[in-house]
Design a protein around this ligand. Structure first.
Ligand code: IVH
Length: 676
């Protein structure tokens, strides 16, 4: 391909993606991949003036909208922002700004604020009354969405105290994450198509032909620009305008900071990398703007963006890569999880070469096939997942992938209960299950036996030295020393580790046994009540059910487990091999860190059932009511939290705490960071 052909190809691709994103509200590749194309085109155009073209897509802002709505010509063009991708590029930008102004970079004043991943909107007020609202469109001409915008909660119909003049308030329309989850839950209930992300949902909702539908979509608007079309209000700097907007009743970004000097500004922009998930809405970057309007005037604009502002994009959480194969792994409960083997790709700062596909239905719904280009997502601490395949027009795809009928490890048929989405290998002797059961038994939260990772356990299984967790306690150093990579010294130390683990408190042994539905909280509850395994195993079902924090499901599961022949045999061997299997008084005395405090939990917490989370709070002397009030100590926000509880907490000023701090809250009675 010649360079000219490459440029033509890039322009074609960018136009195609622009249309998908701006007009159809359904982007076909992640933003980060799009940015790569634009950067390449710009770099070539910069180096090869002969290939430049005033009509090039690289000079354009957005795309002309569809023709569903009336056109609106903007009084002042709605520009885009140039991007930088790291602190180094941001520093270079600040140096250009300082040079352009002939100023010392340490004296410049910058506003640093979140870049909301929504869509730009301009709202015109004439003599203080909302007259028109328009999308950005191609920057010059947008769409009239006035009727829909009137239904947005935080858009005032009138500006208090403004009697004259023409003003435009610009900002971002978005869906808060909670509202997005609620909306998708409603879509699901209606059997309607779910939205891929909050931005798509916001775009689709704003551009509804029927304002009644729009009104039911919980859109929000955050203001970040005041255009004084008639020049009636003399503002000298940006922060003054933001305060004015807030006074008029607009939502503005509370995280906005004024920083003096380039280094302070860069440091503040770094803060966003760590806190991007703490926002109520999706952000895809940080926007940095010169505060001083006179300086802005000096720098002016390029054809598509101001020179006085820049967007620092955060590391992308979605990338495309090639799907090499789909495999299935068998977990300790026998659950068969399909996963993708990928061409390694850096997502959210780490290299990803495998990603989950969750279950059989999800693979079928996503219809991803080996050889496809796929979108991979990794957000925060969440495990990487395959989102979807990217259409590659003209490319032949592999056959539709089908879920195996037999366990890839033991070859026995896989089973799926009628109404469950998961498929299981039900062969109790399946080596993959055994492997993961033993690894789990030896893991941190359970018997904490150092040196028993997946590889070592696989070796022990392969050598026929273990076939049940109980076999660990009869291992001898001489047998171990014969294994590859395990000298006498490490063999002896592993045996010592196993010996030490015999005094593990009962609660952690219960965790290690992996009894269905029994997480750490239930295990502690059971151990504290019964004190010995023998007492637990002999307890009637009613006694189990009567325990605080142990619901009928857990009770039934424990009751059944203790009565199975295999469990009884295992327990007998534990006793014979000298495991203590008791919960001593010191373990039982948990510090009452939450004495008299009401902690409300909303959404799912990893590792806890709803009852389990409540039991953990109660065990610490607290209570866990179902609703938020003035007396609530804090609200712990889990996965897919309830919007009403969050809204209530916000209204009453009750602190909201991330799910990752739940353990800290239990052990210390406080938390390190409040969610914003
Ligand atoms: S200022 C002339 N501030 O990002 C400057 N834009 O990539 C106009 N955006 O079109 C934009 N958060 O839709 C500005 N705090 C923020 C923003 C923001 C999100 C969007 C906006 C803009 C796009 C540019």
């Amino acid at each position: 391909m010649t360079l000219a052909e490459r440029v033509a190809w890039l322009r074609g691709e960018i136009i195609r993606h622009n249309e998908a994103y701006f007009i159809h509200d359904t982007p076909n590749i992640p933003d980060a991949d799009y940015d790569v194309l634009v950067r390449e085109l710009r770099a070539i155009e910069a180096e090869h003036p002969e290939l430049r073209d005033a009509n090039s897509v690289s000079e354009q802002v957005g795309a002309r909208d569809s023709t569903l709505f009336q056109e609106v010509v903007h009084a002042e063009a709605m520009l885009s922002l140039d991007n930088v991708f790291d602190a180094h590029e941001l520093r270079q930008w600040s140096e250009r700004v300082a040079k352009g102004l002939g100023a010392d970079p340490t004296t410049l004043r910058f506003a640093v604020e979140p870049k909301i991943d929504g869509l730009a909107l301009s709202i015109t007020y004439v003599n203080g009354t909302l007259q028109q609202a328009a999308t950005r469109g191609d920057g010059r001409v947008g769409e009239d969405v006035t009727d829909n915008v009137r239904t947005i909660r935080n858009v005032p119909a009138a500006l208090p105290g403004v009697a004259r003049g023409r003003l435009e308030v610009r900002g971002e329309v978005f869906l808060a994450r909670d509202d997005f989850h609620d909306l998708n839950a409603r879509q699901r209930a209606l059997g309607a198509k779910e939205f891929a992300n909050p931005r798509n949902a916001a775009a689709g909702s704003l551009r509804q032909k029927d304002p009644h539908v729009s009104a039911q979509r919980p859109l929000s608007f955050l203001a970040y620009q005041l255009v004084d079309v008639s020049g009636s209000i003399p503002f000298a700097n940006y922060l003054e305008t933001i305060h004015q907007l807030a006074d008029w009743g607009f939502l503005t970004a509370e995280q906005t900071r004024l920083e003096v000097g380039a280094e302070a500004m860069i440091a503040r922009s770094d803060w966003y990398e760590e806190h991007r998930h703490d926002f109520r809405f999706d952000i895809d970057g940080v926007v940095i703007k010169l505060d001083d309007f006179a300086q802005r005037g000096q720098l002016g604009f390029t054809s598509r963006a101001p020179r006085w502002a820049i967007a620092r994009k955060l590391p992308p959480e979605e990338r495309t890569t090639r799907l090499l194969a789909i495999e299935v792994s068998i977990g300790r409960t026998g659950r068969a999880t399909p996963y993708a083997v990928l061409q390694p790709v850096v997502v959210a700062g780490s290299t990803v070469s495998m990603a989950t596909l969750h279950n059989q239905d999800q693979v079928a719904a996503k219809d991803v096939r080996p050889g496809d280009l796929v979108i991979v997502r990794k957000a925060g601490d969440v495990i990487p997942e395959v989102v979807s395949a990217v259409a590659e027009p003209g490319k032949r795809r592999a056959k539709k992938w089908t879920f195996p009928t037999n366990c890839p490890d033991c070859g026995q048929p896989l089973e799926r209960a009628g109404d469950e989405s998961d498929t299981y290998c039900v062969n109790p002797a399946c080596p993959a299950q055994l492997l993961h059961q033993i690894v789990h038994f030896a893991s941190r939260g359970a018997l904490d036996i150092e040196g028993l990772g997946e590889q070592r356990v696989a070796q022990l299984l392969g050598a026929g030295l273990v076939s049940d967790v109980a076999d660990l306690f009869t291992l001898r150093a001489v047998d171990l020393a014969a294994l590859e990579g395990l000298g006498e010294l490490s063999a002896t130390s592993l045996v010592r580790e196993i010996e030490n683990a015999k005094s593990t408190p009962l609660s952690r042994v219960l965790v290690g046994l992996g009894i269905r539905h029994v997480g750490p909280v239930a295990a502690r509850e059971l151990a504290m009540h019964f004190r010995t395994y023998a007492a637990l195993a002999g307890a009637p079902l009613e006694e189990l059910e009567a325990l605080a924090g142990i619901g009928p499901v857990i009770a039934q599961s424990v009751y059944q487990y203790c009565r199975e022949g295999e469990s009884r045999e295992r327990a007998a061997r534990f006793v014979a091999d000298g495991l203590s299997l008791i919960e001593s008084a010191s373990e039982r005395a948990l510090e009452a860190t939450l004495e008299g405090r009401a902690v409300v939990v909303t959404g799912a917490l990893v590792g806890y059932s709803r009852d389990g989370a409540e039991a953990a709070i109660v065990a610490r002397g607290g209570t866990s009511p179902g609703s938020v009030s003035k007396k609530t100590y804090c609200v712990v926000v889990g996965e897919a939290p309830g919007a009403s509880k969050l809204a209530k907490a916000e209204e009453l000023g009750v602190p909201r705490v991330g799910a990752n701090e739940f353990e800290t809250l239990l052990t210390t009675g406080t938390w390190t960071r409040t969610l914003t």
